[in-house]
Design a protein around this ligand. Structure first.
Ligand code: ZN
Length: 138
């Protein structure tokens, strides 16, 4: 088993900013000319997520609206009472969505659906620079 570690950074605006990172992941993976691998995409941070979505205008509104029902920005959070950073909602949303996704590389191609993109969603209440790790196992 061999592991390749790659990474890139993404600048976000926070507040459920959804950024398509598919091309950056493809660039990291395809530069190695592999045929078969497990590609794990992970973002470090407790107020940010990596997931998949069809990157189209409707869903870019639908996803934040759905998460507003689960973890409203204006709700009272024990986290905020302790730390006073006002981003309890962001931590809860990031926990619900998760920090990583896995895409199989088969016959030299990432097996994403035709309308499936890999996105970073930054829930924090300020602009951030995030580091995305792409770990390729083959
Ligand atoms: Zn916090």
């Amino acid at each position: 088993m061999t592991v390749i570690n790659d990474k890139f950074t993404v600048n976000t605006q926070g507040f459920s900013d959804i950024i398509d990172i598919t091309q950056k992941v493809k660039h990291a993976v395809y530069s190695h000319s592999l045929q078969s691998a497990v590609v794990h995409v992970y973002v470090a941070g407790s107020t940010v997520s990596v997931t998949n979505i069809e990157f189209e205008p409707g869903l870019l509104v639908d996803l934040p609206e759905a998460l507003e029902k689960f973890a409203p920005v204006e709700a009272v959070y024990h986290h905020d009472e302790t730390w006073h950073d006002g981003n309890g909602y962001a931590h809860v949303r990031a926990s619900i969505i998760g920090n990583s996704t896995m895409v199989p590389l088969i016959d030299g191609a990432l097996q994403l659906g035709q309308w499936q993109q890999i996105v970073l969603v930054d829930f924090d209440n300020k602009a951030r620079t995030r580091t995305v790790y792409v770990q390729i196992v083959y």
